[in-house]
Design a protein around this ligand. Structure first.
Ligand SMILES: [Zn+2]
Length: 61
């Protein structure tokens, strides 16, 4: 179970293992492709490398 942010729903929500469509682990971090409870497909970027990339290129909130 993951706590992710769906950009289509504009809110955080829980995603269960059955909603995970795929996982990619590369030099930019771990990218979990999920389908939210309302059917949107999103990507959750996690892992140390994703955190480092986010810190290096912060997005204005
Ligand atoms: Zn959604």
């Amino acid at each position: 179970m993951f706590d992710v942010f769906c950009t289509e729903c504009s809110r955080r929500q829980l995603v269960f293992a059955g909603q995970v469509l795929g996982i990619r682990n590369d030099e930019t971090g771990i990218h979990v492709v999920f389908r939210c409870s309302r059917g949107h497909v999103g990507v959750w970027d996690t892992g140390r490398r994703a955190a480092e990339a986010a810190a290096a290129h912060p997005v204005a909130a």
